[in-house]
Ligand binder design. Structure first.
Ligand SMILES: Cc1ncc(COP(=O)(O)O)c(C=O)c1O
Length: 450
């Protein structure tokens, strides 16, 4: 059934008005934020629907409250940063102990937690050697430098509409001529992206091979499923094909599982037996305390050690003065050891399946031409059917109006999904009743626009 656009327009106006009247204290705080660029502490916070963000009062488990005292079931979960739930008890206890009892938030000295965390990352993802950062962006930046150094090659391959943090090399789309084009909106890249990057399309091995065959690509950086332009799942054989092509053309494979750890305790890498040369993760592993990590194989490590120019202790190894600090490593140890456990993943994945089935039932009932994809504990609907196969196809399905209507319909009734497109993530405290609340509201929202 087609969407009734004029009805959608009218309903959107009503939802905006409801949002304005029920979140007055957030709006007042936003209007008073004269010294913040964009009126927010980080400019992407303006992505929330309704013209201004809800202001946070409290957050525990999968519940947040705003300044006006409304409680929300939170499926946004800090866009994965809070996948372990808000302020998980084990993480809070470890952080409190470090902060208060032991002291030493950052000291330039290692703690024994770091080796525990690295060993756990090896157990989960397989790579033997790890370093830490405070963000996944920084981990990716460092990893690209290592890859360029050990291969002696200048170029990076990235997929159209990928996102790996604010990493200049990765802001690419496929241009009209099929070549690398800059993704609109990047701020101040040092050089045109066509000088650093070959673009490929997800699920299109021919485009990967065309880019690698010239022999100058150091590394393919990829998520095993795209998650930042909706979810685009890999087709059978695609990831194995990328691995084979990387090996054939002497290119390293960097798998970034910052979001796709939703697939299970060892992310897609364990679930699908991937074999990256470099691995990056961030966000969730510290329970929200800034944390990131990059893993490398012994071969990559040896190539770095052998490289005559590599000064890892001073210039070349600097991933941030605060990287690997005692607070961050304590948070990672507690979160990985006690919260992102196999049992909790089972619970979260079951609920995401329930979420997907709830949405599918509504799409079937109203014959709406949308799709929903699930990757373990996360699920996301997209305004096209069948589900997109590439980033470019997924980008074409974007619809601002529909997105704002659905987001406001949900938030006005106590449910948050991520402000970036339509992602819902489960955490250990999410319940079946929370998922069913979303399914019911989604049904009501869709019923009114078809
Ligand atoms: C796949 C992926 N990599 C890296 C990042 C960057 O993470 P951060 O913003 O914590 O640096 C993101 C952020 O969304 C991401 O989705």
């Amino acid at each position: 059934m087609a969407i009734d656009r004029s009805r959608l327009d009218g309903l959107l106006k009503t939802e905006r008005e409801t949002h304005r009247t029920r979140t007055e204290r957030s709006r007042t705080a936003f209007d008073a934020a004269d010294h913040l660029f964009g009126r927010v502490p980080m400019t992407w916070m303006n992505k929330w629907s309704g013209g201004y963000p809800l202001y946070l009062a409290t957050a525990h488990g999968n519940r947040v409250t705003d300044l006006d005292g409304h409680e929300y079931v939170d499926f946004a979960l800090g866009d994965t940063g809070a996948m372990a739930g808000h302020s998980p008890a084990a993480t809070v206890a470890a952080v409190n102990r470090r902060l208060g009892e032991l002291g030493g938030i950052t000291t330039m000295m290692p703690t024994e937690d770091a080796e525990w965390v690295a060993a756990d990352l090896t157990r989960r993802f397989g790579l033997p050697l790890w370093s830490f950062s405070l963000t996944a962006t920084d981990a990716n930046r460092w990893a690209l430098r290592v890859a360029r150094m050990v291969t002696g090659r200048p170029m990076v391959m990235a997929f159209s509409y990928c996102y790996h943090g604010s990493v200049d090399e990765t802001f690419v789309i496929t241009g009209a001529d099929g070549g690398t084009a800059p993704r609109g909106g990047n701020v101040g890249p040092a050089v045109p992206v066509s000088q650093t990057t070959r673009v490929a399309e997800f699920n299109d091995l021919a485009s990967v091979e065309a880019g690698l065959a010239r022999g100058d690509v150091a590394v393919v950086i990829m998520e095993p499923a795209l998650t930042n332009i909706g979810i685009v799942l890999p087709e059978p054989g695609f990831l194995e094909g990328v691995r084979e092509l990387c090996t054939r053309y002497g290119t390293l494979l960097l798998i970034d599982e910052t979001h796709t750890i939703s697939a299970g305790p060892g992310g897609c890498t364990a679930a699908w037996n991937l074999r990256p040369d470099i691995f990056v993760i961030g966000k969730s592993i510290g329970g929200g305390i800034p944390s990131g990590a990059y893993g490398i194989t012994e071969q990559v490590a040896q190539a770095v050690r052998d490289h005559p120019e590599a000064d890892l202790v001073d210039v070349g190894g600097v991933g941030g003065t605060l990287a690997g600090n005692a607070l961050s490593t304590a948070a990672m140890r507690a979160t990985l050891g006690e919260v992102l456990t196999d049992a909790n993943f089972d619970h979260m994945i079951n609920l995401a399946t329930r979420f997907r089935e709830g949405v599918e039932a509504v799409l079937d009932q109203y014959q709406v031409p949308w799709s929903i994809a699930q990757l373990g504990a996360r699920a996301e609907y997209r305004f096209c059917a069948p589900a997109p196969r590439t980033g470019t196809e997924s980008a074409a399905a974007h619809d601002d109006e529909l997105e704002e209507y659905l987001h406001l319909y949900l938030s006005n009734r106590g449910v948050l999904i991520t402000p970036f497109h339509n992602m819902a993530l489960m955490c250990p405290e999410t319940s079946a009743a929370d998922v069913d609340l979303h399914s019911g509201l989604f049904d009501e929202a869709v019923a009114q626009i078809v």
